[in-house]
Write a protein that binds this ligand. Sequence first.
Ligand SMILES: Cc1ncc(COP(=O)(O)O)c(C=O)c1O
Length: 411
Amino acid sequence: MTDRGLHDQIVARTEEYILPLYKRTPLALVGGSGVWLDDADGQRYLDGLAGIAVNALGYGDSDVVAAIQQAAGGLLHTSNLYYTAPAAQLAERLIGLTPWASKVFFSNSGTEAIEAALKFARRYAHNRAPGAKIGLVSCTDSFHGRTMGALSVTSREIYRTPFNPLIPGVAFLALNSNAAAIAEVVTPATAAVILEPIQGEGGVRPATSAFLQALRARCDEVDALLIFDEIQCGLGRTGAVWAHTASGVAPDLMALAKPLGGGLPIGAVLLNAKAAAALSYGDHGSTFGGNPLVCAVANVVLDKLTAPALLAHVASVGAELGAGLRDLGERFDAISAVRGRGLMWGVEFRDIPAATVVEAAQRAGLLLAGAGPDTVRIVPPLIISAAEAGELVARLGRAVESVVDSGAAPA
Ligand SMILES: Cc1ncc(COP(=O)(O)O)c(C=O)c1O
């Protein structure tokens, strides 16, 4: 079969048999190495998306491959009715990396980690004021997932409306509100406040340290739990192990997922002692959560993602990438803002849909995705070199130029 034939067959089968919930790019990926991806037509792309902030170690990492091969020869699954070494070791390492945390719960995805965190917070509140302390506060432009609980604290109306009624008692607070606005929304009836220290899907919007500190103070005042969603911004993405550390604020609960399994599905919730003390047998569970194969691989991934040399690399290449993107912002009027930290960046466009830039970038050999309607998100593998980051900026520049030249936007 020709490469084009392979491509067409993959696309046709997908369209025929998989529920069409995703707006897919007509690109069938067949392999990759480092930060580069190959399609079925033999084209090579620079990956600026990393499977939506999952493939932090890129493609073909030899330690990850070896860990999978080794773990595949052992127990793949046991259920949580027994003890296994890889889960115990992974939990110990996560706690060791997180000074405020004392317990871990393992799930299979980010959304499930959010569901668990919301339930844990409700359980804590139930112990204090049964039926009275049920409110949840989330932020505008938030994204926490698609299941009913996670969707209830996700702000975008088009995701929510077809599934109403969602869980009651959810209020939305503008990101980076002041203390007075926080006090109006976070009340003694609030069980928990949930937010991403750097919003991902909502447009790569960092929460300010002042906002996180004010939320912490208000949560303490009204005995609400503070939940950080570091599913996208955590585990080295900002050049620190956790995105929230720079703010000096510790949450009560934190959700993780995306890069932790090196591409295999795993999520986790970290809890402080106060939150953990509220939970007991039977409050929550998962058949697959913490399964030995994924945890064995996650142990290797975690070591690599938290190595000081990798974190320093992310900080320095991230700063260069940010400077390059800001230069593009100077060059093109069509760019209205450049936001981000480490290797998590959003480039916002005026008068051009993000999807138009994403398509042009693909034609220039660069894979990206939108974050909201007018922001293009750049979350490459954390192993991207300075030269590759420069190439990413050059390709994005060519893409923006082609969109501007086509008359679709201001120069
Ligand atoms: C911040 C954040 N929270 C939650 C989720 C949901 O995670 P998952 O898709 O693994 O269920 C995502 C996914 O994009 C996310 O970025």
